[in-house]
Design a protein around this ligand. Structure first.
Ligand SMILES: O=C(O)CCC(=O)C(=O)O
Ligand SMILES: [Fe+2]
Length: 323
């Protein structure tokens, strides 16, 4: 008789944030794609964001986390060798203060290995650490996979608005996206009032993909006006919307407010996250899409070029503290 195998103990995490099976979208016909696009749109109306299943492979995500652990464990002077040059956005950013208690490593399309990068206007050369042979390869593979996923999401959002599938991707030809690998060091004790791991904000671009480790801690602000936990769900990516998507759609697809509060227990666990930010082309004009207007509704935002908007928010207030 075969022994009966006990099921593995599992922590079942439930969430009110919808989980959408993206495989259907990737391989489906027009009708299937429309159905998945509709799920994305309803999730946005209900909760302001959604998780995708079957998009970025979990094994790849775990490799990136492993590389992140090794990188942030390097001596400070080694990390400083890739330090971000002020005015640019690629490289190592030392731990911030008060509202951004994390150190980060930011990178984007690789000028040395990707022809398209030479045409990028937000891009600068990446800075890679010499010590970690696999770091660059794993991060760039992850980056390419995220781009593929994010382009499919942009297609889904276009379909949901009854626009041609390529409506948004046509504004993303320069591949102006950035990835941040974040390390929130352990905290010994509660901090002063006003201090937090990452203060409430929205991202600038069109959409953002968020991966966190088991420490989790991210919260999103729902359309019902409450902060809820966006838990760690292995194999799933959290998709949130950013400011330019909100402007494009006259608030129909609003930018998702999110934050990482201080942990409830001290000393706390360290926290790692990987964030992929997608942005439209430098000169893309973000003008209200008529299909997103209800009857008698008029555009709330003036047309604006991507770089004008990003310069505006980057010079205003706390957003400039972001790595
Ligand atoms: O670490 C996180 O989960 C969120 C980070 C974030 O919101 C950002 O980098 O814009
Ligand atoms: Fe963010």
């Amino acid at each position: 008789m075969n022994p009966i195998k006990e099921p593995e103990p599992q922590t079942i995490v439930s969430t009110a944030i919808p989980i959408i099976d993206f495989h259907q979208f990737m391989v489906g016909d027009t009708v299937t794609k429309e159905a998945v696009a509709e799920q994305m749109s309803s999730a946005i109306q209900e909760m302001g964001c959604f998780y995708l299943n079957n998009s970025v492979p979990q094994t790849l995500v775990e490799q990136v986390f492993a590389e992140a652990h090794s990188f942030f464990a390097l001596p400070q002077e080694k990390k400083n060798q890739t330090k971000l040059i002020p005015g640019t956005s690629r490289g190592y950013v030392a731990r911030g203060k008060e509202r951004v208690l994390l150190e980060a490593f930011n990178f984007g399309l690789d000028v040395a290995t990707d022809e398209a990068a030479t045409h990028q206007r937000f891009g600068e050369p990446n800075q890679w650490p010499n010590e970690q042979i696999e770091f660059r390869r794993v991060l760039l593979e992850f980056f390419t996979t995220c781009r593929h996923t994010s382009f499919n999401i942009l297609q889904g959002l276009a379909i949901a608005l009854k626009l041609p599938e390529s409506y948004f991707t046509n504004f993303h030809t320069e591949r102006n996206f950035n990835t941040s690998i974040n390390h929130y060091p352990p905290l010994q004790e509660p901090l002063s009032p006003g201090e937090t791991r990452f203060a409430e904000h929205t991202d600038y671009g069109s959409i953002t993909l968020i991966f966190q480790d088991q420490t989790a801690g991210l919260e999103v602000y729902t359309n019902a006006g409450e902060w809820i936990a966006a838990p760690y769900l292995p194999g799933k990516v959290l998709v949130i919307l950013a400011d330019l998507m909100q402007r494009w759609t006259n608030d129909k697809f609003p930018a998702t407010k999110h934050r990482v509060p201080l942990p409830s227990k001290f000393p706390s666990e360290p926290r790692y996250s990987i964030i992929y930010f997608e942005s439209p082309d430098y000169d893309a004009e973000i003008t209200c899409i008529e299909n997103s207007l209800d009857a008698k509704e008029t555009p709330k935002y003036q047309p604006i070029l991507t770089h004008e908007y990003i310069n505006q928010v980057a010079t205003a207030g706390y957003k400039s503290e972001k790595p």
